[in-house]
Each structure stands twice: as C-alpha cells, then as structure tokens.
Design a protein around this ligand. Sequence first.
Ligand SMILES: *Cc1c(COP(=O)(O)O)cnc(C)c1O
Length: 232
Amino acid sequence: MEDIRANLEKINEQIKTAAEGCGRSADDVLLVAVSKTRTPEEINIAIDAGVTDIGENKVQEIMDKYDAVKPVKWHMIGHLQTNKVKYIIDKVSMIHSVDSYKLAVEIDKRAKSHGITMDILLQVNSAQEESKFGITTDETEKLIHDILENCENIRIRGLMCIAPFAENPEEIKVYFEEVKKQYDQFGRIEHERLDFKYLSMGMSHDFTVAIEAGSNLVRVGSAIFGERNYNI
Ligand SMILES: *Cc1c(COP(=O)(O)O)cnc(C)c1O
C-alpha cells in the first residue's frame, strides 16, 4: 500500500525547491494528480491530503469514478475521440489534449449545448515523434487561428506536451524549453478567448526539469499513487 499522503508531501517539497531554484514560487505551479487505474478511495485520500485537481486519460475512467470521488477539478489529459466528448463535457474543468480542429469543433458544439465555455490546452509535439499525438508549431498557429475564428465556446488557456522518455530527464530540457518558447509566443496573441495561464508539462520522472524550463502545471501519477498495474 502506497503512502499517498507521504508521497504528496515529498512531491510538494520537490515542486517548491524546483520553483524557488529558478526564482519562482511553489504557488505558481499547479499539481494535477494523475489517477488513471486508481480507485475512488485512493483518489479521495489524495484529495483529503490537499489535492485540488486530478487528471485522467480515459473518458471511461472519468465516468466510472466521477460520482464516487469528492468534489475536485477533473482534467482530461489523454487522447480524446470526438464521439466521446459528450460524456465528459459537463464533468471536466479543462481538456489538455486538443490536437485537431475537428476535436475543437465537437468540444465547442457540446459546450454550447451546455451553456458553458470550455477551457482547453493545445497538445503540441515539438519533438515531432510519430508515435505521439500532438501538433507541430505551424499547425498550432493555424489551429489557434481556426478556433478563435469559429469556436465561440472554447477558451484557449495554454499548451500541453508529453516529452519523449529519457533515462536522464536533463536531456529533454531543451524540448521543454522549446515548448515554453511557443507558449510565450502564442500567449502574446490578443483575443478575448485566448487567455494563456497554463503550460502543462512534466510527469513523475521529469517534473522538476519541466518546472525549471517554465512549466506551471505538472501531471504526476505514479510518484503519488505508486507504479501502475494494468492487469488488475
Ligand atoms: C499517465 C500520464 C501522466 C502521469 O504519468 P506518471 O509517469 O505516472 O507521472 C501524465 N500525463 C499523461 C498524459 C498521462 O497519460
């Protein structure tokens, strides 16, 4: 049994050290606890220990756990199929994984029918690995333009990325720095529905490096809840 509370204390300490190490404050970094494969009971322990935001990468898991988890902000962080947007539109506070205009249009449509504006992040892939979802810098610019032009019920809050895995996280710092540059660049666009606040990058093995490169939202799973076992 993992000690979720103790793990959280340690991670909050590491976030503080990393943030202060580059002249920022721990309050500047939002911790999203990634609870995929975890039970509502485990998630509630994390919430009791101070977690305010949780992340899931599958629509089904959000739906299965939603009623049993205490009030908290839900983040959709995984690849999202257009035909599943309707199931989570009224449950999540932000969708991190928008990587196509088609998906944005569907989110916009569903948000409109619920009378809400959905906060989204664009998932970028500056390493341009074929195996990962996400869009290139040129595509990002076009997608931002298309969304601002046509999707009235979407507010663009920033960028998200998943770094390629590296044994030594220092090796991917340049990758994070590249995404931070894009974040600063696109964040300067002036529009009422573009309000950059979140740069979502960093997971269990690389969140301190991501913070040093400018991340202000880290998505941490196994370092909080323990290693995942997909067989149970
Ligand atoms: C699983 C997952 C995480 C968390 O990964 P850990 O290595 O367990 O911290 C972060 N982001 C996304 C998109 C994920 O799917």
